[in-house]
Design a protein around this ligand. Structure first.
Ligand SMILES: C=CC1=C(C)c2cc3[nH]c(cc4nc(cc5[nH]c(cc1n2)c(C)c5CCC(=O)O)C(CCC(=O)O)=C4C)c(C)c3C=C
Ligand SMILES: [Fe+2]
Ligand SMILES: [Fe+2]
Length: 342
């Protein structure tokens, strides 16, 4: 029987430094997140970052934590249930890091008689540190523990026309009572090095004005191209016009990350006369620490301190009915015809 495993990033068990520490350890010791040789990564993560970051992160998590738990987990569970209610095959949820992991998700499916799984990384865009690490981890678990399980992976859906329509409509709804001077599409950032590393041609990606709009095989794994393409397609779908731009948030460390940086854009936009700013965060299918704290709270403060007047973070798709229905349709298409969204 066929079944589906939806995978999101995961959260700590509670917003305390004690629980954030092992979560960050697993996350940052992932060689696709901090891509240094093991000894250097070990030294940086366990010798430096984990001395201070768990306390600081726990404080941020405390600001956004819900009574039921982590917003990312609760929203992912609600979404999974809505999708499962619309299809005739088992659907489970797994997390890349922390509790409720990929192995547990696969075990739940196999207990229901599943021998063929559609793996769905819940990321619209391909990055080594998000989509790719989910796929590699799931394949590792499958090979070592469930060798007879067949696994198919859903591609990154950043330019799927139906996804763009659902995203655009949810943005329109989010902006029903707010007419911004400017709309900023803020995507999670990655180090520039990851873009060069993921370029199969080793020449195409230059992080300049034209590489991401010049057709290339590199786009299959170019996170920057895929994010900018999502913005362009939403602009077209919503007929948004001029006052729209993209930026990249959540930098960690001193290496250069892809630009422009969201925090610098808050300041630049406010100083260039933007008074009413709307921020969209399409790298995340569900709201999480990076959207609820960094964008909705910190971003508002940064924009207003720089002279901005009104600010709105438009929620992610979360458990939006049309989004759940679209995912269910993709699953039904795969179940019946083995087709995947393009
Ligand atoms: C949307 C895709 C994501 C990419 C790409 C990504 C890359 C990436 N992230 C870090 C470091 C951290 N990210 C943190 C939180 C976090 N990251 C994503 C998604 C992507 N990350 C999400 C959905 C979340 C929120 C999790 C939640 O529980 O709500 C954190 C933890 C919090 C903190 O201490 O700031 C870190 C650390 C790196 C280094 C990276 C690329 C190399
Ligand atoms: Fe992240
Ligand atoms: Fe590119």
């Amino acid at each position: 029987m066929k079944g589906v495993l939806l995978v999101n990033l995961g959260s700590p068990d509670s917003p305390t430094a004690k629980d954030v520490r092992p979560y960050l350890d697993e996350f940052l010791m992932d060689e696709r997140v901090i891509d240094l040789p093991y000894w250097k990564r070990n030294l940086l993560v366990r010798g430096i970052i984990l001395n201070t970051r768990p306390k600081k992160s726990a404080e941020a998590y405390q600001k956004i934590w819900w009574e039921e738990g982590s917003p990312l987990i609760i929203i992912s569970e609600r979404f999974t249930k809505k999708v499962a209610d619309q299809v005739n095959i088992p659907v489970a949820l797994g997390m890349r890091y922390g509790s409720g992991n990929i192995q547990e998700g696969l075990e739940k499916l196999m207990a229901q008689g599943v021998d063929e799984v559609l793996l769905v990384p819940l990321y619209p865009h391909y990055a080594m540190s998000s989509y790719e690490t989910v796929v590699v981890k799931a394949l590792e678990v499958q090979r070592s523990l469930f060798p007879d399980l067949k696994m198919t992976t859903m591609p990154a859906f950043y330019k799927n026309a139906d996804y763009i329509k659902v995203l655009g409509n949810s943005i329109r709804e989010g902006l029903a009572d707010f007419e911004p001077d400017h709309i900023l599409f803020s995507y999670h950032g990655i180090p520039e090095r990851h873009i060069y590393k993921g370029d199969p041609t080793k020449f195409h990606c230059q992080l300049n004005k034209s590489c991401c709009t010049t057709n290339s095989v590199a786009h299959h794994s170019c996170y920057r191209h895929q994010c900018l393409a999502t913005t362009d397609m939403v602009i077209e779908h919503m007929d948004l016009g001029e006052n729209v731009s993209s930026s990249f948030q959540s930098r960690l460390g001193r290496d250069p990350w892809i630009k422009p940086y969201t925090d610098a854009e808050f300041e630049r936009l406010a100083k260039s006369g933007v008074k009413k700013l709307a921020v969209i965060t399409p790298a995340f299918v569900s709201d999480c620490l990076e959207t609820l704290e960094e964008i909705a709270m910190e971003g508002k403060e940064q924009f207003e301190e720089a002279g901005g007047v009104e600010y709105k973070h438009v929620p992610c798709l979360n458990d939006n009915d049309d989004w759940a229905q679209l995912m269910a349709q993709w699953i039904k298409d795969w179940e019946a015809h083995n087709t995947l969204p393009v």
